[in-house]
Design a protein around this ligand. Structure first.
Ligand SMILES: NC(=O)c1ccc[n+]([C@@H]2O[C@H](COP(=O)([O-])OP(=O)(O)OC[C@H]3O[C@@H](n4cnc5c(N)ncnc54)[C@H](O)[C@@H]3O)[C@@H](O)[C@H]2O)c1
Length: 385
């Protein structure tokens, strides 16, 4: 096991700066290089660190003595930096969405396979306390066979009255339809359903309303809109090879409650979040049959007991530290903790390049579906058969 994992960070905006503050709290993580075209990079936070500037500074960073390149740039630079990192013999970890086109998904898969280096997506929501509770309950078989899941990314960032943040993201959304920020919703669902282990995404249909609030926002900001501008509310339905369904929603413009609204449905139980509700099939008494059994939400004390008993072991062990370590209630820290630990030990990280490609491929495929009156479109299998 390596004493330290030597990390280079590329992109020092909001997320990169969060990582610079958070990673030093992770045992064995050592930030040794940082790159951003903007300057000055605040040296106070990282005293023993090499700095690289300019749009191509990441190429020099990738030549350094590093184990991992941690990429927190805007979307356009995720893939070029990750490819350069792997070609230089470094593992790559990429902020979400790691890639937005099928071609880029394949390039990451092929380069990771060719170099034998891990290439993972920094999908923090997989490590959310609630998501991991659902995962643990599912793994204990408490929902029985899983049949359906729902999740969402609902966060009003680009509605009328909102300030213009992340202009690169706005520009992308002005030219693309479909679900372009899918991984916070789909990442945890794939993990809970065992996608990539004993099930696979098969095909999808995607439908969205027109661009009402988003275009109003763009007009306020004097931005040019097009017929392809992202609809306000996108609904994408995926069917898995094992016959399960997944419903994903994406909305970054409407006036709505922010949330991911995780929903896991099994043959023996149901999990709904925001607010959290859990119900299990009641014990059947044959003498009562043929009574129709209503499923009832657990009472507050039962729900609290379930949460305590089935808190994920990662949260049980590290939750208290995690909650103080980041801005997202602990999930960023736990994501980093697991990644650094795996790379120090030389074992596979929790997720791989195939998980990355499967979730990221939905952006282009959902756009194709939306643009063809919601035609059903196959989701490619990125894994070697
Ligand atoms: N996981 C999460 O919860 C979460 C939350 C917010 C954003 N994100 C993702 O994180 C990424 C960054 O988002 P952000 O809000 O920090 O954006 P940002 O615009 O604040 O920061 C991006 C940074 O990348 C830098 N950059 C651009 N080109 C570069 C290059 N060639 N080399 C090095 N640096 C370069 C920019 O100068 C900027 O500082 C995006 O992919 C976004 O989708 C994830």
């Amino acid at each position: 096991m390596k004493d330290f994992l030597r990390i280079g960070i590329v992109g020092l905006g909001a997320r990169g700066m969060d990582a610079v503050k958070r990673l030093p709290l992770v045992p064995g993580a050592q930030i040794v290089a940082i790159c951003d075209p903007a300057s000055p990079i605040p040296r106070v936070i990282t005293p023993n660190c090499a700095f690289f500037y300019g749009a191509e500074g990441y190429k020099a960073l990738c030549q350094q003595d590093l184990d991992l390149v941690y990429i927190a740039t805007d979307w356009a630079h995720h893939v070029p930096v990750a490819l350069e990192a792997m070609e230089c013999g470094k593992a790559a970890a990429i902020e979400v969405p790691a890639a937005l086109t099928l071609e880029d998904c394949w390039r990451l898969v092929e380069t990771s396979e060719k170099t034998g280096l891990p290439c993972v997506q920094l999908e923090n929501c997989i490590y959310g306390e609630t998501e991991m509770l659902a995962q643990n309950l599912a793994e204990h078989g408490l929902f029985g066979n899983l049949v359906h899941a729902e999740s969402a990314y609902i966060h009003r960032l680009f509605g009328p009255g909102c300030a213009l943040a992340e202009p690169w993201r706005v520009n992308w959304n002005l030219e693309h339809r479909g679900n372009q920020y899918v991984t916070h919703a789909l990442g945890p669902v794939c993990r809970i359903l065992g996608i990539g282990r004993d099930d696979a995404l098969d095909y999808l249909v995607s439908l969205e309303c027109d661009s009402f609030d988003f275009k109003a926002f763009a007009r306020e900001q004097n931005l040019t809109t097009s017929a392809a501008s992202m609809g306000d509310h996108n609904i994408t339905l995926i069917r898995t090879r094992k016959g399960r369904t997944i419903l994903l929603r994406h909305d970054v413009s409407s006036i709505r409650q922010r949330g991911r609204f995780l929903h896991i449905q099994g043959e023996k139980g149901i999990f709904l979040d925001e607010p959290l509700r859990i119900a299990f099939e009641p014990q059947r008494n044959p003498a009562d049959l043929p009574k129709i059994y209503e499923i009832e939400w657990q009472k507050p004390d039962e729900l609290a007991a379930t949460r305590t008993k089935y808190m994920h072991p990662l949260w049980r062990e590290h939750g208290a530290v995690a909650k103080t370590a980041d801005k997202h209630g602990g999930m960023d820290y736990l994501m980093d903790l697991r990644l650094v630990d795996a790379l120090r030990k030389g074992i596979p990280p929790d997720t791989d390049v195939y998980d990355l490609a499967e979730t990221c491929s939905i952006a282009e495929i959902s756009e194709r579906s939306v643009s063809s009156r919601s035609t059903s479109i196959p989701i490619p299998s990125f894994r070697q058969q």
